[in-house]
Design a binder for this molecule. Structure first.
Ligand code: 1HN
Length: 347
């Protein structure tokens, strides 16, 4: 391996001159910018346990009314990256949000794209671009870049969900901003998952024509995903992944441009050893418990926990229950990596 020149080898006056003129020599930094064989990863495998998240969200409800928060969110910040970086992984923002009965989280739209994965509580709703989406446990709701959204709660107990945003990428481009809006006029219809896209393989005839929507379906109900996982399981060999990707029902493509979403069922006693991938990921435990080994770090997870997986990680994940399935919701940055041309999966 070639030994590259260091900063210290350069005359001080030359270095100072470069600094004054806002210039930096690359060669002392070359291996930091382009390490050989595997990227440098500051992100660490990490579990945020629900037993610690939930009571702290409830306390936030006591301390901070929604009017003082706009969104009452605790950010899950990867300790390896630094808590001030607001990243669960280098590309994925994860927040845990709580809304209390009668509260309203006001209308806005912004350049980052977001999703919600509903964890707890009944009676919550999100309106996306005029479409009212009920929030039930395990439902995935998209709020793509630039679309108006607001949240409300007509039920009795706190409603809690996980937010995932592509904020790190958008903020890294210095392109993150929001616009405040007025409360939306809501269409009277049920959301598209209950009207237009009931079954895979069937789309409204008119959608084949000119009026294609970029985001035809905002809500993916958990009851449909769970049923589909069980059907897929019947033809999937033991220790192979029973995994479904959330896609645009009209194009079959990833449903959002930067982050990808999928649901994974670990059958009782099952262990998976997925290929190492160049993407980073976050797992949310929809139901069940298990353990993972991520780059040699042993992690246990329970219902509603959130797990951060660095890029290029070696992973093994197991359902330790011998009677109950474990359902995981995965967020990853593979869509962005594919678009940028460097996504890899290593056999
Ligand atoms: C946001 O707008 C929401 O709309 C949630 O519920 C989390 C985190 C960072 C920036 C904007 C929401 C967010 C967010």
């Amino acid at each position: 391996m070639q030994q590259l020149g260091t900063l210290e080898e350069l005359p001080l006056a030359y270095r100072d001159g470069l600094t004054e003129r806002a210039m930096v020599p690359l060669w002392p930094l070359m291996r930091a910018a382009l390490p050989y064989d595997k990227p440098h990863r500051a992100c660490t495998p990490h579990v945020w346990s629900w037993s610690e998240v939930r009571p702290n969200l409830l306390k936030a409800g006591d301390f901070t009314p929604i009017e003082k928060a706009e969104r009452r969110v605790l950010i899950l910040s990867n300790p390896g990256l630094g808590l001030d970086k607001l990243r669960a992984t280098p590309s994925i923002f994860i927040g845990m949000q709580m809304i209390l009965p009668g509260e309203f989280a006001p209308t806005h739209k912004h350049s980052p794209s977001a999703i919600r994965m509903v964890i707890e509580g009944k009676g919550g709703w999100t309106t996306v671009q005029g479409e009212r989406c009920p929030m039930e446990k395990g439902d995935l709701i998209l709020t793509p870049s630039g679309l108006w959204h607001e949240h409300g709660h007509d039920g009795k107990d706190p409603v809690i969900w996980m937010d995932a945003l592509d904020l790190p990428a958008v903020a890294g481009l210095e392109a993150s901003y929001a616009i405040e809006g007025n409360i939306q006029n809501t269409k009277p219809d049920a959301d598209s998952s209950q009207t237009r896209y009931i079954r895979a393989g069937l789309v409204p005839f008119a959608s084949l024509g000119q009026n294609r929507q970029r985001y035809p379906m905002f809500r993916f109900p958990w009851k449909d995903v769970k049923e589909s996982l069980h059907a897929l399981a019947t033809i999937t060999p033991k220790n192979s992944a029973v995994q479904l990707a959330y896609v645009n029902p009209e194009t079959g493509e990833e449903c959002m441009p930067v982050l990808g979403f999928s649901a994974l069922m670990l059958r009782p006693g099952e262990t998976l050893r997925p290929n190492r991938r160049s993407s980073s990921a976050v797992f949310h435990v929809i139901e069940g418990s298990g353990e993972a080994n991520v780059d040699g770090k042993h992690l246990r997870f329970e219902d509603n926990d959130v797990v951060a997986i660095p890029t290029h990680a070696d992973i093994e994940v197991s359902n330790r229950s011998t009677s109950k399935p474990c359902y995981l919701f995965q967020v990853d940055d593979a869509p962005m990596q594919r678009k940028l041309g460097f996504f890899e999966e290593f056999n």
